[in-house]
Ligand binder design. Structure first.
Ligand SMILES: [Zn+2]
Length: 314
């Protein structure tokens, strides 16, 4: 609802009604009837309408078909939002591809996951396979992480990268309530040298082991202060730490996007960025730091690129 108000003031903004969010509290349909979110977006004058699909469960082909038929007769440019788990990119991919091709409509994927929708085995390969099967039909990634850049390099139409952990995947219902005291509240920070996100509370360990170099950040958003400052702030001023982490995450995603998408062969540039991160991660073992390579990152390395054969991270 706040998004619709913001979009009215800010031209060019898209609004995701996010009706797949289990915490969604905007029950506009009860007040305005079935097309409340369409009306909201029209009033806001958005350039592209995003459909208000609820979560699509695994195996529920009928729900997928229903989602793809939503607002199919309206004239405005529309993206069908598909909030689904990575199962649809692996076992369910044939159905997904068939139904999207049959509907012939551009889609926006929201991968529902507790942390990273591309961590599931085969998810990266499945995503790229899906994008290429659709040919000229656009695929957009909403609420993604830095992998959105890799997907665009490989043919996705566009990607949106969340600035905090909660906006880098679609939310799933929580199985059990967690106590705040059990949760690491520090923000997740993109560490450019490792090409991955880490909780700020983990960063001081790198410095203590003699690898302060890993925490460097050259962007103006960080004033050359490095990422340790976010870790320090997390202990005394969580709001400031989160704000800094968001600024840093946005700036570093932009830097990666520029490097990759302006390269002569973006697929090679993306693979090289992943490989560099994996290599630095492996080198930490020499300082006594055992840091596993993230599953999503490992999968990108295994995909290879035109100039690079697939590699398996150690
Ligand atoms: Zn930074």
């Amino acid at each position: 609802m706040a998004g619709a108000k913001l979009a009215r003031k800010q031209p060019g903004v898209w609004i995701d009604p996010a009706q797949y969010d289990p915490r969604a509290t905007d029950h506009l349909d009860l007040i305005f009837g079935g097309d409340a979110w369409l009306a909201r977006q029209r009033i806001a004058g958005v350039p592209v309408v995003l459909t208000d699909t609820p979560r699509i469960e695994k195996h529920d082909r009928l729900a997928l078909r229903k989602a793809l038929a939503r607002w199919e007769t309206i004239k405005e440019p529309t993206l069908v939002v598909l909030p689904l788990e990575s199962w649809w990119l692996t076992e369910g991919r044939a159905w997904l591809t068939y139904e999207v091709l049959a509907a012939g409509r551009p889609v926006a994927l929201v991968l529902l996951h507790p942390y990273n929708g591309l961590d599931a085995s085969g998810a990266v390969a499945g995503l790229l396979e899906f994008v290429s099967s659709l040919g000229s039909l656009p695929v957009v990634l909403l609420r993604c992480d830095v992998s959105a850049i890799g997907a665009v390099a490989q043919g996705a139409f566009a990607g949106f990268i969340g600035w905090s952990a909660a906006t880098r995947h679609g939310p799933l219902p929580r199985r059990q309530p967690v106590r705040d005291s059990d949760v690491d509240m520090s923000p997740a920070v993109f560490v450019p040298a490792l090409h991955d996100y880490f909780k700020a509370s983990r960063l001081p360990a790198f410095a203590r082991s003699g690898r302060r170099d890993v925490l460097r950040c050259d962007e103006p958003a960080c004033n050359g202060g490095g990422l340790l400052r976010i870790a320090r702030d997390s202990e005394v001023n969580l709001a400031a730490a989160r704000a800094h982490a968001r600024r840093h995450n946005v700036a570093s995603a932009e830097q990666v996007a520029r490097y990759v998408l302006m390269a002569r062969e973006p697929r090679d540039a993306w693979w090289e960025a992943c490989k560099a991160g994996v290599d630095v991660t492996a080198s930490l073992a020499g300082n006594g730091l055992m840091v596993p390579v993230a599953r999503w990152l490992r999968q990108w390395l295994e995909m290879g690129s035109p100039a690079h054969v697939p590699e398996t991270a150690a």
